[in-house]
Design a binder for this molecule. Structure first.
Ligand SMILES: [Mn+2]
Length: 354
């Protein structure tokens, strides 16, 4: 699916792109203010004077004409729509506020609106060669940063200090920012699937680090679980091994043509078989791209889609035992025609950090 096909399918004369990630995706503009308007073969990017120089450089090569409007973007959009005699306009109803919509309705009374729902974000789920290269670099930065951070991990160091170090290393290596609030969760806190780094000191037990960065707008998302200390129990070794195997079994099944429910079940059934089904409550994974979580959802809870070549997804099974600790192992995977490519390369064997 691309923009032209979508417009045909939705039978609209024009589309107004207002979600900044979608604006970036279609126009190449990386700033924070602007809208894109596409009507047939005419493409416009409307922004204010702050972004004229940057915007021109970024959007013109993608075929968009930059229009500078300092007072009211919406008014300018209206003028263009009128000039082009647009009757049916596709809008991002999931991204337009009620106030904006009221403004639309009162200003452009003759327009018919077509709700595009999440169709633009669905277009984004299949990555181009160029996008894949950027995601690979984003992963590479994140992995190097973790390798540089591991020597700082010790019993008694605060989780938040490890998160800060990791962020510092990622930025030094070229990342623009972390892809979300980094998760560094020690011992019992590792049983919280989203245990954002706290001021708690690292104790003996599991340490889950779920992190990633943005590089040229694209997210990486990786999780590794370590054992800090020297005396893991049988249980620690057991659940680690189950999660690792679940991760590896699921990755082996990744290919264009498998459904997300089937893939989720590969890991889930295995964890169930081993007796820990109730401790794996979240989905197996998700797409990554301009957002840390995007289509497709790789989960029994998500719409059951078929994976396609060029999607980039995470595979992240976990087992979380309350008052004990948890393990999650997450890799980033490129879906290929009859196979997959693992973009992450950090070791997954049980690792003790002393
Ligand atoms: Mn993830």
């Amino acid at each position: 699916m691309n923009l032209e096909k979508l417009m045909k399918e939705k039978n609209v004369d024009a589309v107004l792109i207002t979600n900044m990630l979608n604006v970036r995706y279609f126009t190449g503009f990386t700033g924070t203010t602007g809208v894109a308007l596409v009507a047939g073969d005419k493409k416009f990017f409307i922004t204010d004077f702050r972004y004229v120089a940057q915007g021109k450089e970024q959007v013109e090569k993608n075929g968009y004409e930059l229009i500078c409007e300092n007072i009211s973007t919406l008014k300018k959009v209206g003028e263009i729509l009128k000039e082009l005699k647009v009757e049916k306009l596709g809008i991002e109803n999931q991204n337009v506020t009620l106030d904006q919509f009221k403004l639309f309705e009162s200003n452009f009374t003759s327009l018919e609106y077509v709700y595009l729902d999440d169709n633009f974000t669905k277009i984004r789920e299949i990555k181009s060669e160029k996008e894949i290269e950027i995601i690979k670099k984003s992963v590479e930065i994140a992995e190097k940063a973790l390798e540089l951070t591991i020597p700082k991990i010790k019993i008694g160091v605060k989780e938040s200090d490890i998160a800060a170090e990791l962020e510092y290393q990622m930025r030094k290596l070229g990342a623009s920012k972390p892809s979300f609030d980094l998760i560094v969760a020690s011992n019992e806190r590792s049983a919280l699937p989203h245990g954002v780094a706290s001021d708690k000191k690292i104790e003996e037990g599991f340490l889950t680090i779920d992190y990633g960065c943005f590089y040229k707008g694209y997210a990486s998302d990786i999780t590794r679980t370590f054992y800090v200390g020297d005396n893991p129990s049988e249980k620690h070794l057991e659940i680690y091994e189950i999660v690792k195997q679940a991760n590896e079994k699921a990755i082996k099944e990744v290919r264009a043509g498998i459904s997300v429910h089937e893939l989720d079940a590969v890991a889930r059934d295995f964890i169930k078989e081993k007796g820990y089904g109730e401790y794996f409550g979240h989905g197996l994974g998700h797409g990554i791209g301009l957002q840390i979580h995007e289509y497709p959802g790789v989960s029994f809870k998500a719409e059951n889609k078929i994976l396609k070549e060029g999607m980039v997804i995470t595979i992240e099974p976990g087992i979380y035992l309350p008052n004990f600790g948890g393990v999650r192992i997450e890799d980033d995977i490129l879906v290929k025609k009859d196979s997959y490519e693992i973009l992450t390369s950090l070791d997954k064997s049980f690792k003790k950090i002393k």
